[in-house]
Write a protein that binds this ligand. Structure first.
Ligand SMILES: Nc1ncnc2c1ncn2[C@@H]1O[C@H](COP(=O)(O)OP(=O)(O)OP(=O)(O)O)[C@@H](O)[C@H]1O
Ligand SMILES: [Mg+2]
Length: 318
């Protein structure tokens, strides 16, 4: 398989008035052409900041180290103009809350046609028609009329469809979907996920799909990367992860998801909390919560080791 996006040894620190926040620590990420890579982990584990670093979206107080290549092109060294073009045309992103990305003061028509008019030599009427066609593709009823709405005039599910249309309009190669359905109710969520899956295949997209919901991973992804406290603790194909999870944190997540879906008679949670990220301690970040810990877990930080395509950062696996 050929990589389309490859990041190595990414660390992200935030300098704040209260000191340094270690958000992401030495993470490697490979997205292969045409695959959907799921990224799971609890709140604060660094998923969003890692994604933002890939397209240089981090705020000014962030310090990033490591290398990022998109189709062989060095992202940290690219000019701002080139990065803007990549964000507009090649690596699109959709977010959990469409209202935070759609401009509330502008009609959908203007927001959708902006990128088309920026790059393509087409007139306003042609751009509008392309935008309407895309709204139909994401199954917005009465797209011809709805395109003249303001975001607040649409339901949450429709706004998410508009975000998806906006992301796909320029026919990107990579889509970063950051919890795109978390804010929606379950039936709308299922419709959007189905649509996303269908369009991903149709457009041949490579997708980074962030979610904290393992059932979504099972339905949408080919491979999964599990993050904990800013680090990758396990990585495997969806099948291997679900049937042969190795890291105690992944095992805990799966047990918890199973109990929430009613497959077990009691609710299971992972006791304790993730370590504070204002300092870096030696040892495994999951040590304090791990029921399978051994002596070396307290002092030696485990590194990812792999057996074929399945890797884990855990001392139980040598
Ligand atoms: N601008 C910032 N300044 C300081 N710390 C930040 C900043 N942005 C994010 N962080 C911290 O970085 C860590 C990782 O945040 P991130 O947004 O990547 O988490 P996440 O895994 O996406 O969580 P969630 O599932 O809640 O979206 C968190 O501890 C967060 O508080
Ligand atoms: Mg996030």
């Amino acid at each position: 398989m050929q990589a389309i996006l490859e990041a190595k040894n990414i660390s992200i620190r935030f300098n704040t008035a209260k000191g340094v926040v270690y958000a992401v620590n030495e993470v490697d990420l490979v997205l292969n052409k045409g695959e959907v890579l799921g990224i799971v982990g609890e709140s604060g584990s660094g998923k969003t900041q890692l994604m933002h670093s890939l397209i240089r979206l981090l705020p000014g107080n962030a310090e990033v180290s490591g290398s990022i290549f998109y189709e062989g092109e060095n992202i940290p060294d690219a000019s701002q103009t080139r990065i803007n073009t990549i964000r507009r045309n090649e690596i699109a992103m959709i977010f959990q809350d469409p209202m935070s990305c759609l401009n509330p003061y502008l009609k959908i028509s203007q927001q959708l046609t902006e990128a088309l008019l920026f790059d393509d030599k087409i007139n306003k009427a042609e751009a509008l028609q392309q935008a309407i066609d895309m709204l139909e593709k994401v199954q917005i009823p009465d797209a011809k009329q709805r395109i003249h709405s303001y975001p607040y005039q649409l339901s949450g599910g429709m706004r998410q469809r508009v975000m998806l249309a906006m992301a796909l309009l320029r026919k990107p190669k990579v889509l970063i979907a950051d919890e795109p359905t978390t804010a929606l109710d379950v039936t709308v969520q299922a419709e959007i996920l189905q649509l996303l899956k269908q369009l991903t295949a149709e457009y041949g997209l490579s997708v980074l799909f962030i979610t904290h919901d393992l059932s979504i991973v099972a339905g949408q992804c080919d491979r999964v990367m599990v993050m904990y406290a800013g680090q990758v603790v396990e990585q495997a194909s969806v099948n291997e992860l679900f049937y042969q999870a190795r890291h105690p944190y992944t095992q805990g997540l799966l047990a918890s998801a199973k109990s929430q879906s009613g497959m077990s008679d009691k609710l299971i949670s992972i006791a304790g909390q993730a370590p504070a990220n204002n300092q870096r301690q030696p040892g495994c970040p999951f040590y304090a919560r791990c029921e399978q810990r051994i002596d070396s877990c307290a002092k030696d930080t485990p590194v990812l080791s792999s057996n074929g395509s399945h890797s884990q950062a855990c001392h139980l696996y040598g």
